[in-house]
Design a protein around this ligand. Structure first.
Ligand code: DAT
Ligand code: MG
Length: 168
């Protein structure tokens, strides 16, 4: 089996509940390699692109509020790319089922997730579900230079008059 990459997002509830270290420890059981990691703020545009397959679901407005931090008063998430053999399956096993009440109680979602009164599954982490989804999601969340390995083909782009913010 060839190596794969997968995207993990520690959602706003994971950060708010101070579960980041715990989740990273659980994920390290997989012995997969972290090849990208950052904390970022999620806006509605990123949320819509990430969850494009769910935009017509009745729970989508609530899901968008969740991932953009509106439910927790903080829009930071931690995004990570894990790489290695069967990465998608291994990370999904530690994440647990989508519905936290059905998830294995020792999985991250089983241990720390909950169902809100609105019906939304507040399930602490995102994990890519297929190689195609993983590639789409990693390209969406990360720039090539933010990943320490060449995962997908890149191209150079000449940009003139570009203004970049640098340290003073
Ligand atoms: P997963 O995150 O396990 O890949 P998904 O991609 O189908 O599941 O859904 C994305 C998120 O949307 C999920 O983590 C929680 C929420 N969600 C999915 N199905 C739901 C449902 N039936 N009711 C409430 N929230 C749901
Ligand atoms: Mg999914």
């Amino acid at each position: 089996m060839a190596n794969e990459s997968t995207l993990v997002i520690i959602k706003p509830d994971g950060l708010k509940k101070s579960l980041t270290g715990n989740i990273l420890s659980r994920l390290s059981e997989t012995k997969l390699k972290i090849i990208g990691a950052k904390v970022l703020c999620v806006d509605r545009e990123l949320a819509d692109k990430h969850y494009q397959h769910l935009k017509n679901e009745p729970f989508y407005p609530e899901l968008a509020k969740y991932i953009t931090g509106e439910l927790h008063g903080d829009n930071r998430v931690m995004a990570l790319v894990y790489w290695g053999e069967k990465a998608i399956l291994k990370v999904r096993a530690i994440a647990g089922e989508t519905n936290p009440e059905k998830a294995d109680p020792v999985s991250v979602r089983g241990a720390y997730g909950r169902i809100l009164t609105s019906g939304l599954f507040e399930n602490v982490i995102h994990a890519s579900s297929s190689p195609e989804e993983a590639e789409r999601e990693i390209r969406l969340w990360f720039k090539p230079e933010e990943i320490v390995q060449e995962l997908y083909p890149t191209q150079e782009e000449a940009v003139t008059g570009l203004k970049r913010r640098v340290w003073k």
